[in-house]
Design a protein around this ligand. Structure first.
Ligand code: SF4
Ligand code: F3S
Length: 97
């Protein structure tokens, strides 16, 4: 039952989530992150950190975003591990300023 990043992260990439993860299982693409499902220990501490509400447990994903589960699994194997917060993309900077 890993946590999953939905497409609410797209073009936001706030990256607050990566700082709190005890097992560093976030992976970075150009416009979003994903969580490696086989590394996530289901601690749940990242969920409230995301200002976009993009992080959910896999059993709580809305029906129209269930493809996020496979998306996270696929791209966690291809993208680069990220463990330090960085500047959010412009869409999120506007939303939260
Ligand atoms: Fe990391 Fe815990 Fe979030 Fe999984 S639930 S990605 S282990 S902070
Ligand atoms: Fe994305 Fe939220 Fe993390 S926007 S980068 S899942 S804090």
């Amino acid at each position: 039952m890993p946590y999953v990043i939905t497409n609410l992260c797209v073009d936001c990439k706030d990256t607050s989530c990566v700082e709190v993860c005890p097992v560093d299982c976030f992976y970075e693409g150009n416009n979003r992150l994903v969580i490696a499902p086989d590394e996530c220990i289901d601690c749940g501490v990242c969920e409230p950190e995301c200002p976009a509400g993009a992080i959910l447990p896999d059993y709580g994903i809305p029906a129209d975003q269930l493809d996020s589960i496979e998306y996270n699994r696929t791209y966690a194997q291809q993208w680069t591990n990220i463990t330090r917060r960085k500047e959010a993309l412009p869409k999120c900077q506007k939303l939260w300023e």
